[in-house]
Design a protein around this ligand. Sequence first.
Ligand code: PMV
Length: 319
Amino acid sequence: MTQQAGATAVAHTNIALIKYWGKADPVLNLPTTSSLSLTLKKYYTKTQVEEADVDSLLINELPQDAKRVHEFLNILREEVQDFPPLRIISTNKVPISAGLASSASSFAALTAAVAKFNNWQLSLEDLSRLARRGSGSATRSFFPDFAIWEKGHDDASSYATHFDTPDMPIALVVCKISGLVKKVSSTEGMRRAQTSPNYAAWVEESARQLVNMEDALKKADIKRVGEIAEANALGMHNLNLTAKDQRFTYFNAQTMQILDEVKALRQAGYTAYATMDAGPNVKIITTLNEANAIKESLAKRFLKIQFDIATPGPGISYE
Ligand code: PMV
């Protein structure tokens, strides 16, 4: 197959409403649970690839250690077809400090750009399956709005698909608490979480929550979506605290203060539910109508925290 001189793809990041937090197979990145996410319009990665002498990586014009992407490109060379070394030029519009998974949009954009560069005719599901090898959450960044990553049982059966819902005015208030790089990587965090005595129960509960979440989304019931997402996220973070091997938490004092505030907002009648990932930042699930009032009320109390409003975003695109 002939290669293009260069190829560019854009992928948006996603926030998990039902989390991926544990690997059944750490080499293939097969998860212990299925997960479900919302793609976000505001945060994305644009990646261009072009032929070079060695695999290299530039993010926002700064050269980076290319080890992880080089290993990932070698998986694509082996799994799909060989191709020459690539210079990867990425523009990342996912603020690392937002605690949003920049690896999700990065590996999705890279997989799509490499496929375009090589003229591979692959479905979105095939791209999702390949991107999984770079980062699990990247499986879900090919689709607009909502995506489900079915855990599957082997390499062929573990990938994400679009989850169709009626239109709904869902929004996130993103609280950017910390700009520090996370202390425990998601891979290490998952390994520790899996030593919690509560792990098996969380896996079972997560399967029930996924069924309930699908139902709530089909009914565009944002309150119930928030309730289930918050319970799932708190369950995930409970595993970190109860790990038998090196228990830990991603939360800090401000995470706890915002969680209290979210509860107070609910008591005041707002739609407000929290979800947290591998970092201290809180993302508040709400409606488009209420997002600004929530943002303003929090901004008055937390002067050092930055707040963003994020809305549903598009699937993968090419330039
Ligand atoms: O894609 P990874 O390996 O960085 O893991 C992401 C894990 C969470 O963001 C915490 C949850 C998720 O499902 O995205």
